[in-house]
Design a binder for this molecule. Structure first.
Ligand SMILES: [Zn+2]
Length: 223
C-alpha cells in the first residue's frame, strides 16, 4: 500500500511473528534496498524494528524466489487470492506456523513448471483454503454434523456450511451448500493426508463457496 510521497506499508506473513505490517521508508523509490521483498510471492528474510503500531522495515534478503507464478495468469490469480485469504484469516502479530507452511507449499506448487496432467492452480488454491482454515483453528468438520454429531457416511453428499463450521445434517436443517460426495472425498483427503486430487468444475465451485463462507465468518478484516 502506497504511503505518502515515497513510502510503502507492506504486510508480511512471517514464520516467527505472524502477520505484521511494516513501514518501508522510500519503498516506492529504492528498488535496490528493498530487493524484491515488496513483490508478493517470494519468501524473504526481513529485518525490522518493532514498534507498537507499525514496525519499520530495515532490509531484506530473498530466500525463495518464485518468478514462475507471474508467468501464468491462473497461477497468479490463485496466489493473489491465497495471500488475501491468509491476510484476512491470520490475526496480527500471532505466530501461525502451520498457515505459514501451507502458504509456502501452495506458492511452491504454483511456481512449479506444470504439465497438462497436473492439478490446476484453482484446485491447489481451494486445498490451501481448507488447510488455512484448519491451521488457524477454524477447520471445517467434514466427518460429522456440527450440530448433533451424527457421522456422515463416506460416499454420500452432504450440506456443508462454512459459517457453521462443517456438515449440517438434514435432521438439523441441512444448512449451507449441498456438496457432492466426490468433492467431500477430495476435501477429506486434503485434510487427512495433504493429497490433492483433481476436481470437476461443479465440485470446485462448491468447495470454493464453502471456504469463502467460512473465511467471511472468521475474517480479521481491518489490519
Ligand atoms: Zn445433525
Amino acid at each position: 500500500m502506497a504511503y505518502g510521497e515515497s513510502d510503502v506499508i507492506a504486510t508480511y506473513l512471517t514464520a516467527t511473528t505472524g502477520k505484521i505490517s511494516m513501514l518501508v521508508r522510500g519503498g516506492r523509490a529504492s528498488k535496490k534496498r528493498v530487493q524484491g521483498a515488496l513483490e508478493p510471492f517470494h519468501t524473504a528474510r526481513v529485518r525490522f524494528v518493532e514498534r507498537r503500531d507499525l514496525a519499520t522495515f530495515k532490509d531484506a534478503e530473498l530466500v525463495v524466489v518464485r518468478t514462475g507464478i507471474t508467468a501464468h495468469l491462473d497461477a497468479l490469480e490463485a496466489a493473489g487470492q491465497a495471500l488475501r485469504w491468509a491476510r484476512d484469516l491470520c490475526p496480527p502479530r500471532t505466530p501461525e506456523p502451520a498457515a505459514f507452511a501451507t502458504l509456502s507449499e501452495l506458492l511452491d506448487a504454483l511456481d512449479a513448471k506444470r504439465t497438462e496432467s497436473a492439478v490446476p492452480p484453482s484446485v491447489h488454491l481451494v486445498a490451501a483454503g481448507l488447510r488455512l482454515l484448519r491451521d488457524v483453528g477454524y477447520g471445517l468438520d467434514l466427518d460429522a454434523c456440527v450440530r448433533c454429531g451424527k457421522p456422515c457416511p463416506e460416499g454420500r453428499s452432504a450440506h456443508v456450511s462454512g459459517r457453521a463450521g462443517g456438515i449440517v445434517c438434514a435432521t438439523c436443517g441441512g444448512e449451507g451448500r449441498l456438496v457432492a460426495a466426490s468433492a467431500l472425498a477430495m476435501a477429506r483427503d486434503v485434510l487427512r493426508s495433504g493429497t490433492i486430487a483433481p476436481l470437476s468444475p461443479p465440485d470446485l465451485r462448491a468447495l470454493v463457496a464453502v471456504v469463502e463462507d467460512a473465511l467471511l465468518a472468521h475474517a480479521d478484516i481491518g489490519d
